[in-house]
Design a protein around this ligand. Structure first.
Ligand SMILES: Cc1cc2nc3c(=O)[nH]c(=O)nc-3n(C[C@H](O)[C@H](O)[C@H](O)COP(=O)(O)O)c2cc1C
Ligand SMILES: [Mn+2]
Length: 475
């Protein structure tokens, strides 16, 4: 079922989830505002903007690409009709057995249908949105893939770093920290006094988006991982300016060089972050001199700006899949499911308790491994961890705060954490505490616990199968 490109993905996605076409929106704040409102609707439509204010028809922007669970499943190569918790389980299984697929080279690519080089480079040709009102400027890259080649080994790194537009032919590429693979590779060129060849790929098979945000080890190409997700290799074509391998069916590509930061920088940001705040001020960022712009006919710019939680880039919490895999690797046993809410800031584990202490054992493993989140909840197996209402019901009825809440201090967070003071960040504080909420029935007297009145999950499924169409008015 692999898609050749973003266009094929969009037409498939339309079969399984909502797609809305929006005309005449302004790339200055309006596309961002519409994207945010749509992301808050229950069925999270994807949006395809056309006839964008100030641009010819056909120059399109596609947002909320993977926000619905169905679209996330499609991108991961998982059956989009599965219930979200089952889709996450299927992804976890797939991820464990995946085989990498190296890209194959092709001579020509549709991304070369329109090319502008040298003096003809003008980024104003493309509808880069200003997403949020305090953003430092338009961002052409909010979900684009930054491609670089390690000069020593030839390893191709291709991950997501935001890209801000500064005039006709310059952009900045933002590394959160110097441990980012892109920063490590760039420094190898810069330390030798050379600029670093780079390509920014905007809009492609969303398997590449997933690969670009996954934590993969140095030396492991995101292109190979995307091939593994697609179960077919990516087709790449050498960029005429940099020679870098570029996905042949990409929508919009910038080629150029990253200038050594010791030579020149530009003020980058601020940019709204995924926690729903501006976490950092404008900072000096590395400049990419754009030597060439290539784009397909009627190009589609992929936009995935960070939005206020719970709106998150990907509608299946695949980091929760990582915690789930940790629990299974630790042989915790009887895990019914793991989910994350509030854009991965709240983790919920559902398990069938086998012995006293089982629930806490699982919670402590999760608390040690959740990034930035402060809340870890454990519930019994009758609670679907992806259903926030059921999780809150369990907390409100099975947890006694005076007995069932623990705090773990100095856990894993990040300088993006809004609840760490600037002065503390400046002296190196980047940790937070984790609240473990045990919302399971107390093990020792679980058999005395009042019996729930609602349908059991399989009874509910059976009723849904027989009656849901009537209730929804579709038959
Ligand atoms: C939509 C989106 C935007 C992102 N923007 C940035 C960014 O601007 N800078 C950054 O360092 N990481 C950003 N990330 C996170 C990295 O893409 C992610 O951590 C990736 O695994 C890093 O790859 P690397 O290990 O090859 O450096 C973003 C992730 C997503 C999903
Ligand atoms: Mn990488």
């Amino acid at each position: 079922m692999p898609f050749r490109d973003l266009r094929e993905f969009i037409s498939q996605a339309e079969k399984y989830s909502k797609l809305r076409r929006v005309d005449h929106a302004d790339p200055y704040l309006e596309i961002g505002g519409i994207t945010e409102i749509a992301a808050g609707l229950p069925d999270v439509p994807a949006l395809l903007f056309d006839n964008i204010k100030g641009f010819p028809r056909g120059y399109r922007v596609f947002t909320n690409p993977l926000m619905a669970p169905e679209r996330a499943a499609l991108a991961l190569g998982i059956d989009p009709t599965l219930r979200p918790i089952d889709a996450l389980r299927a992804w976890m299984k797939k991820r464990q057995g995946m085989k990498i697929q190296k890209p194959v080279s092709v001579k020509d690519g549709p991304f070369l249908e329109n090319s502008f080089a040298g003096a003809n480079v003008d980024l104003a040709r493309l509808p880069a949105p200003v997403w949020h009102r305090k953003d430092g400027g338009p961002y052409i890259g909010s979900g684009s893939i930054v491609v670089m080649r390690d000069p020593d080994t030839g390893w191709i790194n291709a991950s997501i770093y935001r890209v801000q537009v500064h005039g006709r032919n310059r952009v900045t590429v933002q590394f959160d920290h110097m441990g980012r693979h892109g920063a490590i590779v760039a420094h190898k060129y810069w330390d030798a006094g050379k600029p670093c060849p780079v390509a920014v790929v905007n809009g492609d098979d969303p398997a590449l988006f997933i690969a670009g945000m996954e934590s993969l080890p140095a030396g492991y190409s995101e292109f190979d991982f995307a091939g593994a997700i697609r179960e077919a290799p990516l087709e790449v074509c050498a960029g005429p300016h940099t020679g870098l391998p570029i996905p042949a069916h990409a929508e919009i590509v910038l080629e150029g060089e990253l200038v050594p930061m010791s030579r020149e920088t530009l003020p980058e940001g601020p940019f709204a972050e995924f926690l729903g705040y501006y976490a950092a001020d404008r900072k000096p960022g590395p400049i990419m001199e754009v030597r060439a712009i290539h784009h397909r006919n009627d190009p589609i710019l992929l936009g995935s700006p960070p939005l206020k939680p719970p709106r998150f880039h990907v509608g299946l919490p695949f980091r929760a899949g990582g915690i789930w895999a940790n629990l299974e690797a630790g042989d915790i046993g009887d895990i019914a499911g793991v989910w994350q809410h509030v854009s991965s800031l709240m983790t919920v584990i559902s398990l069938k308790q086998r012995y006293d202490g089982h629930a806490k054992r699982a919670a402590l493993i999760a608390a040690g491994n959740v990034y930035m989140g402060r809340i870890v909840v454990v519930v019994d197996e009758d609670i679907d961890p992806s259903n926030m209402n059921d999780v809150l019901w369990a907390i409100a009825t099975r947890c006694e705060p005076a007995e069932s809440v623990d705090i773990v201090r100095n856990g894993w967070s990040s300088p993006l954490d809004p609840r760490i003071r600037q002065a503390d960040k400046a002296r190196g504080v980047a940790s937070n505490s984790k609240m473990i909420i045990d919302a399971t029935r107390p093990f020792a007297w679980r058999n005395e616990f009042p019996v729930p009145s609602a349908l059991e999950p399989d009874e509910a499924r059976a009723i849904e199968e027989k009656w849901l169409a009537v209730l929804k008015g579709s038959s």
